[in-house]
Ligand binder design. Structure first.
Ligand code: IMP
Ligand code: MG
Length: 184
């Protein structure tokens, strides 16, 4: 285990198993359809790669990047599109793939932007959900795991752009970011 990690929440095996289940659920729910899968960079890049390989349907993949946080742990509350989707989503069945649904600020804003582009449907698939911290009325349609109010890293998730390549998801030691205040 990495020295900055306090505790492992989900091992590589547990993640792989749950992602497989999500892929099977999506495959069943969208049977007979083609799905446009779009992920929000960068935190979801590993989840996206594993999830799409677990979906047995014709799909397209696309990416966007937004920033809602600074480099530290204090939420700015502002959401900015840094990189937009490359393809049109009009008339498509769209699944947005996120690493973690926390305050909900990012997805709440994004859903508005994407709905205006008239997809046939939109659903959200998030690997992790921290419902206790929700500030906006938004829920995901597919959730990998609900987690407690702690700062987690690994499997794509970062703190200050580090730890994304840890193969598991773990709780970061509060000493690494100067103590947990329950606020980013
Ligand atoms: P929200 O807008 O508060 O829902 O935040 C969503 C984004 O915040 C996620 O896509 C992550 O990039 C980041 N985030 C929230 N909680 C964590 C965490 O525990 N670890 C790493 N990143 C997080
Ligand atoms: Mg993210």
């Amino acid at each position: 285990m990495h020295q900055d990690v306090e505790r492992i929440l989900f091992t590589q095996e547990e993640l792989s198993c749950r992602v497989q289940e999500l892929g099977e659920k999506i495959t069943a729910d969208y049977a007979g359809k083609e799905v446009a899968v779009a992920s929000v960079l960068r935190g979801s890049y590993i989840f996206m790669a594993d999830l799409t390989r677990a979906i047995r349907l014709p799909i397209t993949v696309d990416f966007m990047a937004v920033s809602s946080y600074g480099s530290g742990t204090v939420s700015s509350g502002q959401v900015e599109i840094k990189k937009d989707l490359s393809d049109s989503i009009e008339g498509k069945d769209l699944i947005i793939v996120e690493d973690i649904l926390d305050s909900g600020n990012t997805l709440y804003y994004l859903m508005d932007v994407l709905r205006a582009r008239k997809p046939a449907s939109i659903r959200i698939c998030t690997l992790l959900d921290k419902p206790e911290r929700r500030a906006k009325p938004i829920a995901a349609d597919y959730v990998g795991f609900q987690i407690p109010d702690a700062f987690v890293v690994g499997y794509g998730l970062d703190y200050d752009e580090k730890y994304r390549n840890l193969p598991y998801i773990g709780i970061l030691k509060p000493s690494v970011y100067g103590g947990w205040q329950g606020e980013f």
